[in-house]
Design a protein around this ligand. Structure first.
Ligand code: 8YV
Length: 322
């Protein structure tokens, strides 16, 4: 039998997945190392695979200490914390966990949208505070007649749009390119999409140069506007969002992601016109298990010489490099 490959876990993920990795590989846990530097000096040279979970940073400084690196496997679809260009330069393939979480995150996005527009957490707090016998809960805005702008019409964006079709909402989108086969209105910029819509759902990949949702975009969304973000906090200018929510430049926001997770600004927590979730888009037993299985499948397939199962677009397989 082959010797088990040595792999490095950067941050704890699902216990079942850690157990599965431990059975198949020699698992080194950087998340448990007291002295990271000494730990990497000791195990780094033998590491052939890295497991990235919970948006742990995986950059050139780490990869430089792993001369035998072959594969970087991400627990999640978004891999903006991984320096893919650097990994690629070292000949390593990067994998993620697409598809298995698409419907789950879309479900969460709809739940968050409904919670935000109908003020469900506020209504729950109102009842618990004993306010109902004194006066009915104030009327809320409605989803009826709204135009929804999807910022990033990828796999999850499509699944959200499909659900919103069922809610009778008009849909438009912006993304890097128009999708000819898609019937929804395309807008060439985030500002133009925001101008044409009164709900903006952010579901684009992270890792770009700057935030897509700027003060200008929020201004274009307008005072009835609702912002939903289930993608990455970095896609929204958080200070501009707080300012817009404070002065009523937009109506409300539903956020599952933040710029500096798990830290959430006090200014957001102090607001009543926001619904705040602790990054739970994919966080169900069902879906996290599926993500863990796909992550393990990628590593097993790779080390059995069959290539990665779900490589990211920047490191396709078979590699086209000569
Ligand atoms: C995280 C996510 O990966 O898939 C993504 O891009 O944001 C989540 O599913 C999750 O926090 C596990 O790290």
């Amino acid at each position: 039998a082959h010797a088990k490959a040595e792999i490095l876990l950067l941050k704890a993920i699902l216990p079942d997945t850690i157990r599965a990795l431990d059975e198949r590989f020699v698992l080194h846990r950087l998340d448990r190392a007291t002295d990271r530097d000494a730990f990497l000096a000791e195990v780094g040279p033998a590491i052939r695979g890295v497991v990235v979970g919970g948006q742990a940073p995986a950059g050139a400084d780490l990869f430089a200490r792993l001369p035998a690196l072959e594969i970087v496997a991400n627990f999640g679809v978004g891999y903006d914390t991984i320096d893919v260009a650097d990994a690629k330069g070292r000949g390593a393939v990067v994998t993620n966990t697409p598809d298995v979480l698409t419907e789950e995150v879309a479900d969460l996005a709809l739940g968050l949208l409904l919670a935000t527009v109908r003020r469900l957490p506020q209504a729950d707090r109102y009842l618990r505070a004993g306010a109902w016998p004194k006066a009915p809960f104030p009327l809320s805005p409605s989803l009826r007649g709204r135009r929804i702008g999807i910022l990033g019409l990828g796999r999850i964006g499509h699944a959200i749009a499909t659900r919103l079709d069922g809610f009778g909402c008009a849909i438009a989108y912006h993304g890097r390119r128009r999708q000819p086969a898609v019937a929804y209105d395309y807008h060439p910029s985030a500002v133009e999409l925001a101008r044409a819509c009164d709900v903006l759902v952010v579901v684009a990949p992270g890792g770009g140069a700057g935030p897509l949702v700027t003060a200008e975009v929020l201004g274009a969304l307008g005072p009835e506007g609702i912002l939903i973000n289930v993608a990455r906090g970095s896609l929204v200018d958080e200070d501009a969002l707080i300012a817009a929510l404070q002065r009523g430049a937009i109506h409300s926001a539903g956020l599952d992601v933040f710029a500096d997770e798990p830290r959430v600004p006090d200014a957001l927590i102090a607001l009543d016109n926001v619904v705040l979730l602790p990054h739970v888009g994919s966080a169900t037993h069902h879906t996290r298990r599926a993500m863990g299985n796909l992550l393990v499948d990628n590593l097993v397939s790779w080390f059995e010489g069959r290539g990665p199962v779900t490589p990211v677009a920047e490191t396709p397989w078979p590699s086209s490099a000569a």
